[in-house]
Design a protein around this ligand. Structure first.
Ligand code: SF4
Length: 377
């Protein structure tokens, strides 16, 4: 079971907090798409013939593509890979691109069966602060329109912990999200990433830094409300009604192979990972010359163990010592058990007979706890 990721590196506007690879220079779009079609051919053997059980178009903003562009991409994918009939096929979309006409076109002409909508907030104050291209009205309008077009498998992204957004506004964001009856939510704590406009504003004193206490309060509120509405908190940032866990993201957490196409896209074949150059012009040139501009790294046992701990501890399934013993060996089990003991004692981790899961208190410190469990080479 393998996944395919396509990175569409264009956006209408640069959101202040974003550190993904994207460009607002849209004139490269046709050349870039041609290069991605070609890269699909060049990489057709990367997954060793494994059938695709998830395809994910992310970015950037894939909803900037014309329907004809999407059709061309899917035709090429289906010609080169075996796509499972029940594959999860997700398209990331921004509210300002979603019109009833486009939504119906996607349903009619493409195999997309899941939309991931970048709502981030239902309030203009927050959206303007983030420099998003859409407004609150578009955010509120696009969800029922997507549902009316037949997209049952919907997920939306929201961001909490904004320094200017009081708890009441976050509560209203959560209430609105739940009121639409969508089966999946991805909610991220705002982080100030190096090199972003937001980092610059914070440095210059034009923006307040993230208030960690506020972010923690809002995260706890989110956990309570989603749980009250029957959502499983199946990964730190992800909440789903039973049966609606995102397959594509789960492949990253479960160490399954995936192929990434497009500038900056990452791939993993089970033992090594590679990442394409994060530069549109250089990517296009290299692909046109017939080679994939990627760096590759074979993971050591310790790196694989650290990735396992980092990704699995964030999920509701947690880490299992039986798995660590089988895949990484006795030394890693000893190291893991010794390191995790103190978090069990402080109530941050639950020990369910060799299966270690974060408690509610532990979820507030997930990455710090994982870092403490790392094997340092
Ligand atoms: S739309 Fe998404 S990828 Fe583009 S700048 Fe905003 S957050 Fe980043």
């Amino acid at each position: 079971m393998a996944g395919l990721y396509l990175h569409i590196p264009f956006c209408r506007r640069a959101c202040h907090y974003c550190n993904f690879h994207f460009s607002t220079v849209l004139r490269w779009k046709p050349d870039l798409l041609q290069a991605m079609l070609r890269e699909l051919e060049l990489q057709r053997d990367y997954l060793g013939g494994e059938p695709l059980y998830s395809v994910y178009l992310g970015g950037g903003t894939p909803s900037l593509l014309e329907t004809a562009d999407l059709v061309a991409l899917f035709e090429r994918i289906e010609a080169l890979f075996e796509v499972k009939p029940d594959a999860e096929i997700t398209l990331e979309a921004n509210p300002d691109d979603l019109t009833p006409t486009r939504l119906h076109e996607w349903r009619q002409y493409t195999p997309v069966n899941r939309l991931s909508i970048g709502i981030q907030s239902f309030f203009d104050e927050d959206l303007q602060w983030m420099n998003r291209a859409h407004d609150a009205q578009q955010a509120l309008r696009c969800i029922p329109e997507a549902q009316a077009a037949g997209f049952e498998h919907l997920t939306i992204d929201l961001i909490y912990g904004l320094p200017e957004a009081p708890d009441e506004r976050w509560a209203e964001n959560v209430r609105l999200a739940l009121s639409f009856g969508i089966p999946h939510l991805s909610c991220y704590s705002l982080t100030v990433e190096q090199g972003t406009a937001l980092a610059h504003f914070v440095r210059k004193g034009k923006s307040r830094p993230v208030d960690e206490e506020r972010a923690a309060r809002q995260f706890e509120y989110l956990m309570d409300e989603t749980s009250r509405h029957g959502y499983d908190h199946y990964e730190i940032s992800n909440f789903a009604l039973p049966g609606h866990y995102a397959r594509h993201n789960s492949s990253y957490w479960f160490g399954r192979p995936y192929l990434g196409i497009g500038p900056s896209a990452h791939s993993f074949d089970g033992s090594s990972r590679q990442w394409n150059i994060a530069n549109n012009a250089l990517y296009i040139r290299a692909i046109n010359e017939g080679h994939v501009p990627a760096e590759r790294e074979t993971l050591t046992l310790a790196q694989r163990y650290n990735e396992y701990v980092l990704t699995r501890l964030r999920t509701m399934w947690g880490c299992r010592t039986a798995y660590i013993a089988e895949v990484f060996g006795a030394d890693f089990v000893e190291h893991f058990e010794q390191s995790i003991r103190r978090f069990v004692a402080t109530g941050h981790v639950l020990d369910l007979d060799g299966q270690y899961q974060l408690t509610r208190a532990g979820k507030l410190l997930a990455d710090a706890i994982a870092a403490d469990l790392f094997w340092l080479e």
